[in-house]
Ligand binder design. Structure first.
Ligand code: IVH
Length: 688
């Protein structure tokens, strides 16, 4: 029988578990077997079960929350998360060095750089307070990301408690990634379950981080590396470190995983040698790296060099040359896009390249195929750069016997209409606005995440709905009934999986109808973008909605008036006018309006602060009328801030169904709460 107090026994056990987590996940140098580690963890769990009051949030047993979280909140970064400028050759690296030396006024003195491997993952910002992990956030748009703390906590390479007595709030940044072996395992499992497989480890890691169930995330085998310290809004030079190398050493000494192959290079020649070496050696690593990041070591010099709006001037990313393979070009087929553009693509003999099996490649346009003289049956060289979809570089001559130069088909493969091409354009188009292929693409676009965001209305369902004649345009989506969708038989689109059999939608169908219903409340900006007006991207749609406020006003505006909107030029303006002048489009919009689709902008007018400026809202529970993301979007449009937890600073808690601890806390603190009806009334009345 131990004479130690339970507190002391728990403290010792936790320390042992933490120590072995670090040996295994951070240092890649375990001291005990997996079974021994599991036994330690079990002993800790058992003791905590005996003394539940002594469980602390930073205990290694508390990594995985017991149930799914409700959604992700948007959070602001301490400092913008910048991206990196890219270089592709030693000449470009020398240009970078030249710029640094000029900026540093160093003359011919070589600059000391730190060269690090560029991890092909997902950037992540962690906040520690008092050494304790309090927040994990994705990069998002650089200014604001998604709060994914519950998922980050499940990554055993990430310490819940730093080995430092620093008490300041500090932020570290790095990359969450999926080792290649874990990626392959994930894909094997997905294939067996009939789910679509991930194209690469980066997508798989990003997919895992977006999962709402931390228990699921914990099983994925995610890892992380860290390379930057941002403290209380300041870069590390304010914190006593003079060199980046010292920062990396400090991060590692606190127990954070730091990719160990970084090197200090004296001058650009050493950097180039490092890059050349790793272009080959990278395949021996257990994770994907797509290049080398080169950073000025001297932090004071970094501060002098500063940054442009997007990139720091003190760093650059050297991208490894794309990986290549050869295979057989079986067939050249064409695809019809939403605007009628008909583009060729290559059907390949499947080949393994850079972590995945490739069976298709893009071919840009007919002219490109002719210039490269690609023919069916040719052996071809393909390459995979940063993009998911590989491209065909060239044919390896001689051509296959009896081969013929490829020619664009005369007619649309979907509706057989004669294809046309404008004089000055390279793109061939199907001019038939009712072409079923064009319709499919328009519907997919309308329902997509960035447009009307109708979850579940994807490629396979759209395909069925069009094939069965249930929808002829986007307005028909709103006439779909739950009974129709429940009975619909849909085949998942991934042909590689033989478990993916056609099946009835059933309950899923009902959920999709609920999603369609919900999309009626969307902001006008989403609708404008979803209509797929030529040249009107997401940003232009948002500007148009904010400026013209209603669909009617937008469709009545002349080309000149349209151009009074910020950053709307003649091309977008004429395109909107052309759209509005087409009676078919007017009719379509009228049908959407009578189906109850919102035709008004919900954004605050002008650029001034919204009516809820200065107020902080917290959302909890389930809202029946919209997702949490949308509720947040609405509140933010009215100028409110949306936070993740209730505190004295919270102005108002919106409590949906099944609200739990946050509601209790709000009551304790006397924070005003709104139920769903009251919340809807608030946003419909523009915040008052
Ligand atoms: S430093 C301001 N170092 O690459 C500089 N980034 O293409 C911040 N990345 O957004 C980035 N490995 O997500 C840095 N060793 C490394 C990196 C790295 C991967 C990612 C990072 C960044 C992206 C830029």
């Amino acid at each position: 029988m131990s004479t130690l107090s339970p507190e002391e026994r728990l403290r010792r056990l936790r320390e042992q578990v933490r120590h072995h987590e670090e040996r295994y996940y951070v240092l890649n140098d375990p001291e005990i077997s997996d079974a021994e580690f599991d036994a330690l963890l079990k002993a800790l769990e058992a003791l905590e079960a005996e003394y539940p009051d002594l469980i602390t949030p930073d205990s290694p047993t508390q990594r995985v929350a017991g149930r799914p979280i409700e959604g992700f909140q948007t959070v602001e970064h301490l400092e913008p998360m910048l991206s990196l400028d890219n270089t592709y050759s030693s000449d470009e690296l020398r240009d970078f060095d030249e710029r640094v030396r000029k900026g540093a006024e160093l003359g011919d003195v070589p600059v000391a750089y730190i060269a690090e491997l560029k991890i092909d993952g997902l950037s992540m910002a962690l906040t520690y307070e008092d050494g304790r992990l309090v927040r994990g956030a994705t990069r998002g748009d650089g200014q604001r990301g998604e709060e994914v703390t519950a998922n980050v906590r499940t990554i055993r390479a990430i310490p819940l408690q730093l080995k430092t007595d620093l008490t300041a709030r500090l932020e570290v940044r790095g990359e969450v990634y999926l080792p290649r072996a874990a990626f392959e395992k994930t894909n094997r499992e997905r294939e067996a379950a009939g789910d679509p497989i991930f194209a690469n480890p980066r997508n798989a890691a990003a997919g895992a981080m977006r999962n709402l169930d931390p228990r699921e995330v914990a099983t994925r085998g995610l890892r992380a590396f860290f390379y930057q310290l941002v403290r209380a809004g300041e870069e590390a030079e304010g914190s006593g470190y003079a060199h980046h190398a010292d920062v990396l050493t400090a991060l590692a000494s606190w127990g954070l995983p730091v990719e160990p192959h970084w090197r200090r290079c004296n001058g650009i020649d050493e950097v180039i040698a490092f890059c050349d070496g790793w272009a080959e050696k990278r395949r021996t690593l257990p994770f994907d790296t797509d290049g080398v990041v080169i950073k000025v070591d001297d932090l004071a010099l970094r501060a002098r060099l500063g940054a442009t709006a997007k990139f720091p001037r003190w760093a650059t990313a050297f991208k490894f040359p794309p990986e290549q393979a050869t295979t057989v070009l079986r067939k050249i087929e064409v695809n019809v896009g939403r605007t009628g553009a008909v583009t060729p693509y290559a059907v390949l003999e499947p080949v393994f390249l850079a972590g995945s099996t490739i069976s298709m490649a893009t071919l840009h346009n007919a002219e490109d195929v002719a210039r490269k003289d690609l023919r069916e049956g040719d052996r071809v060289l393909i390459e995979k750069g940063g993009d998911v979809i590989p491209k065909v570089v060239k044919a390896i001559l001689p051509h296959a016997d009896d081969s013929q130069p490829w020619a664009m088909p005369d007619r649309c493969p979907s509706c057989e209409t004669h294809l046309r091409r404008d004089e000055e354009e390279v793109v061939w188009r199907c001019p038939n606005t009712s072409c079923p292929a064009r319709l499919r693409r328009s519907l997919e676009h309308f329902a997509s995440r960035t447009a009307m965001n109708i979850e579940g209305l994807g490629e396979s369902l759209v395909d069925q709905l069009v094939t069965q004649g249930l929808i002829q345009d986007v307005a028909d989506i709103y006439a779909l009934r739950a009974e129709q969708l429940e009975e619909l038989v849909v085949a998942p689109k991934d042909p590689r999986s033989d478990r993916a059999r056609p099946r009835k939608l059933g309950k899923v169908g009902r959920n999709i109808v609920a999603e369609i219903e919900r999309s009626k409340q969307n902001d006008l900006a989403r609708l404008i973008y979803g209509l797929g007006i030529r040249h009107v991207g997401e940003k232009a749609a948002a500007t148009l909605a904010k400026t013209f406020r209603t669909m009617d006003q937008l469709l009545q505006a002349s080309v000149d008036v349209l151009q009074t909107a910020p950053e709307i030029g003649p091309v977008v303006a004429s395109s909107v006018r052309d759209f509005a002048d087409e009676p078919k489009n007017r009719e379509l919009v009228a049908r959407l309006a009578s189906a109850g689709v919102n035709m008004n902008s919900l954004a605050p007018q002008g650029d001034g602060p919204g009516p809820l400026a200065g107020k902080t809202f917290v959302l909890t529970g389930t809202l029946g009328s919209m997702t949490r993301e949308e509720a947040q979007e609405r509140l933010e449009r009215l100028g409110a801030k949306v936070a993740g937890s209730v505190s004295r600073k919270t102005s108002c808690l919106v409590a949906g169904a099944d609200a739990g601890s946050k509601l209790e806390r709000a009551r304790e603190l006397g924070v005003e709460t709104l139920d769903e009806q009251q919340f809807l009334a608030l946003i419909m009345n523009g915040g008052s």
